[in-house]
Every structure is written in structure tokens, then in C-alpha cells.
Design a protein around this ligand. Sequence first.
Ligand code: GDP
Ligand code: MG
Length: 180
Amino acid sequence: MSFTQEKKCFIKVVAIGDSGVGKTSLIQMFENSKFTENFKPTIGADFSNKEITINGRVVTLQIWDTAGQERYQSLGTAFYRGADCCLIVYDITNSLSFENVINWKNSFLNKSMVVNPEGFPFMIVGNKIDLENERQVSLNEGEKVCKQNGDLLFTEASARTNQNVEIAFQKLAANALKRQ
Ligand code: GDP
Ligand code: MG
């Protein structure tokens, strides 16, 4: 985290999770209030910036999205390096994506080489709650895993209906700010 002036700072957010869980869709909704069906996974830069206000302080979130490399577990260390917080997404209609959440967390901690992993800000997002009738992972299971793995921040959300999208990023960024 670096300060350019007294009340301004940058927070690097890294978004990970299995392919197809909705990482790009959540970021698009948060940044542009747009949901694009079948968004091409390879489009876009490594990261994009979004300015938000947290407790009266202007904060620039630098959000890093993959270009589809998560499918081959080939995300380089540059992707992770210097992260101030991490968003891990799973799809509530895909139990395998949920089982992989803790693997993603471990990958992140290994590759980012975070100096103080204790209490590092992770936000776990169970996405696609608009697909309630296809649900494979209960709210309770989500909460439980997050509690058991160091009280990780947790919410369910939908990039399609824009449910809990903003609050997920806001909460994560607020926690990253607290650690500065
Ligand atoms: P990524 O690979 O994790 O970046 O996932 P994408 O954002 O590319 O989304 C994968 C697919 O899931 C796309 O077809 C999206 O339209 C769809 N999708 C993403 N978020 C949601 C959601 O909240 N609800 C529903 N129903 N579909 C979603
Ligand atoms: Mg994507």
C-alpha cells in the first residue's frame, strides 16, 4: 500500500478462484455496473482501477483479474506480488469450485509471499445465488469453512442481479486499510 497524498492510497486486490465461477463478472459489475453474458475470458488488461471512499478516505482499488490462466494453474508470481487483500470466488452451483477455495488460499499465500499471513484480508464470495434451484453448496457450509480457516470474510452474491457485489469489495478494502 502506498500513499501519494495524505488521504489517498492504493490497494491491490487479487481475484482468484476456479474458471467460470464469475470473477470477471463480479469485477465488471463492481466497476461498470454491467453484467455481460459470456464475457470473453481473455479480454482485458491485467488490472483495472476503481476509486472508492472508505470512512471518508479516497482509496484506489487496483483489481487484478486473470486472463483465464487459472484453468491451467499458471498464474505467475507477478499476479500475486504486493497484494493487500484477496478475493476468492466460488460458484454455489458447483461444489468442486467450493472445495478448491482453500487450495486457492494456500496458493495465494505461497506465491504472494505475504510477510504476515496471520489475519490477512481474504473475502470469500459464493457467487450465482440467483441460481438458487441449482444450488450445491449451502450458506451454512460456506460460513463454516470460512470460520474454520481463520475467520475469513464471507458473503454470498450474484454478479447477475448485483446482489452483495459492492459490499464484498467495500468490506475487503476496509479490512485491507485497517492493516496498513
Ligand atoms: P470467471 O472465469 O471466473 O471470470 O467467470 P466469468 O465472469 O467469465 O463467468 C463465467 C460464466 O458465468 C459467464 O457465462 C457468466 O455470464 C456467468 N455468471 C457469472 N456470474 C454469474 C451470476 O452471478 N449468476 C449467473 N446466473 N451467472 C453468472
Ligand atoms: Mg475471468
